[in-house]
Design a protein around this ligand. Structure first.
Ligand SMILES: [Fe+2]
Ligand SMILES: [Fe+2]
Length: 204
C-alpha cells in the first residue's frame, strides 16, 4: 500500500525524474555528498539555537533546534554507515555551491537576518525532501531506497519547523512575502547547478 504523505513542499521547478539516473550513477559519491549535507544541517540547527528573538527564547525554540540537530546527527550516522558497508569512505572536504548561493540571500545584521536564515534552512530541507522522494522511487538498492523514503518524512518535518519559527521572529505578512521571494530565488539557484552525483545538482 502506498504511504500517505504530507503535502509536498511548494518548491518550483519540480525536479525531473531524469535527475535520479544521473545522481545515482555513482551511489557512493551521492552518499558522500549526502553525509556532508547532514553534518551541515546539524551545525546550522545548533547555530540557530541562540538566535531566538529577544528577550528570551519562545516556547519550543530550543527544543526544536536541539531536536533537529539530533535528527541530523542520526541521519549522518546512518548515511556514513551506508558508505562504510558499501566499501566507501567519507571525504574530508565538501563544496555545496547551492547552499552557498542560498546563504548569500541572507540580509545580515538587520531585522530580517534570522528570518532569512530560517528560510534558507527551510528551502534546503524542502529541496532535499523532494530529491529523497525521487531517489526512493528510482534507487535500485533496496536499503538505500528505504532510507531515502524515511528521510523524506524527517526533512519534511524540519522544513515545516523552520518556516513556522520564522513567524516567531517577524510578522506573518512579512514572512509570507519573503517566503515567496525566497522560493523564486531558490528556483533560479537550483536550475543553475552543475549536473552530477549530488543531492542538489540539476540534470544536464
Ligand atoms: Fe537530515
Ligand atoms: Fe533536516
Amino acid at each position: 500500500m502506498a504511504k500517505r504523505r504530507a503535502a509536498a513542499p511548494p518548491i518550483h521547478p519540480t525536479t525531473p525524474d531524469a535527475w535520479a539516473a544521473e545522481a545515482l550513477r555513482d551511489p557512493l559519491a551521492l552518499l558522500n555528498d549526502h553525509a556532508h549535507l547532514e553534518k551541515k544541517a546539524a551545525t546550522n540547527a545548533l547555530e540557530l539555537l541562540h538566535r531566538w528573538p529577544d528577550p528570551s527564547p519562545p516556547e519550543n525554540w530550543v527544543l526544536m533546534m536541539t531536536a533537529i540537530a539530533r535528527d541530523e546527527v542520526e541521519h549522518l550516522a546512518v548515511v556514513t554507515r551506508c558508505i562504510a558497508r558499501r566499501g566507501g569512505t567519507l571525504t574530508r572536504g565538501h563544496r555545496n555551491p547551492y547552499a552557498n548561493a542560498l546563504h548569500a540571500l541572507v540580509r545580515r545584521g538587520g531585522a530580517d537576518d534570522t528570518m532569512d536564515r530560517l528560510m534558507v534552512c527551510a528551502l534546503i530541507e524542502a529541496r532535499s525532501c523532494e530529491r529523497f522522494e525521487i531517489l526512493s522511487r528510482h534507487c535500485p538498492d533496496e536499503e538505500l531506497a528505504r532510507l531515502y523514503d524515511d528521510l523524506w518524512a524527517s526533512e519534511h518535518g524540519h522544513y515545516r519547523v523552520f518556516l513556522n519559527l520564522a513567524t516567531e521572529v517577524r510578522p506573518k505578512p512579512i514572512v509570507d512575502r519573503r517566503w515567496r521571494e525566497m522560493l523564486d530565488a531558490e528556483a533560479e539557484i537550483i536550475r543553475t547547478q552543475r549536473p552530477g552525483c549530488r543531492i542538489h545538482s540539476w540534470p544536464a
